[in-house]
Design a protein. Structure first.
Length: 255
């Protein structure tokens, strides 16, 4: 069985149009407080833990991380760990309101996170205030493209070619998501666009498969790699000639 997201094939034109749309909504992080980069890894691990235990959608996690990063990157003054944790909670709360249909996250927060034992860590009022502050800082634009959205396009390319091989396809889904989580947790992820992170994850997965499977399946996998590269050219075409050369060299090196 496939996940419900991948039940039918989509044309290359449709995928390219979706890819281009995501590019228009992609937001890049210009700078990030160096002192918070090590803390960020802990925060991302904590968000992963929460989303997994609450059975949230994968996109909820990646949108929460994106909101968190964009807000933190726009802070001009130092920020304490106490406030960083509150920003993470508020980012996840905002994300659940966008991505989840049935979610009692506020009640869960009240019972398990806002109150630590008998000692109150954050008040509901603090959380609400921080959510509003984040939304204002981002100009209420929380619909930015995430690395996971780009990855779903590459997943669809693979599904178009491997729809008759569910075991292989499910392996690609799971392994590429694991790679993407490793990439997004890394200290260098701030300098990589969401699109590039997704390309790194899917190509690492596909090349690993290409060395594992016999010739016939190998041919299909290399075809998927070729199509990923083809659709990704839309990304490079939007850069300057110099950046395009650097990005292509970087992309080819990791592949």
């Amino acid at each position: 069985m496939f996940r419900e997201d991948y039940q039918e094939k989509k044309s290359q034109k449709e995928l390219s149009e979706t890819f281009s749309l995501y590019l228009t909504k992609q937001q890049l992080i210009q700078s990030y407080p160096e002192e918070l980069i090590p803390v960020r890894t802990q925060i991302v691990d904590w968000l992963i833990f929460l989303c997994h235990n609450l059975s949230f959608k994968t996109e909820t996690l990646f949108r929460a991380i994106s909101i968190f990063d964009l807000y933190i990157s726009r802070q001009n003054s130092s920020i304490s760990f106490y406030e960083v944790k509150l920003v993470a909670i508020a980012s996840l709360s905002i994300s659940t309101k966008i991505e989840e249909i049935n979610c009692n996250f506020v009640q869960f927060l009240t019972d398990n996170v806002l109150n630590g034992g008998n000692q109150q860590i954050y008040t509901t009022s603090e959380l609400t205030k921080k959510e509003i502050e984040i939304l204002k800082t981002l100009n209420f634009n929380t619909n930015q493209s995430t690395s996971y959205q780009f990855l779903t396009i590459f997943h669809q390319i693979c599904f178009n070619l491997l729809s008759e091989q569910p075991q292989t396809m499910n392996y690609i889904l799971n392994m590429s998501e694991n790679y993407l989580l490793l990439i997004i947790k890394g200290e260098n992820s701030m300098s990589i666009s969401p699109c590039e992170m997704a390309m790194l994850a899917i190509n690492q997965t596909l090349f690993q498969l290409a060395y594992t499977f016999p010739n016939e399946k190998n041919r299909i996998i290399y075809c998927a790699i070729s199509q990923v590269r083809s659709i990704a050219n839309n990304y490079y075409a939007k850069n300057t000639e110099e950046n395009e050369m650097n990005n292509n060299n970087y992309f080819q090196a990791v592949c």
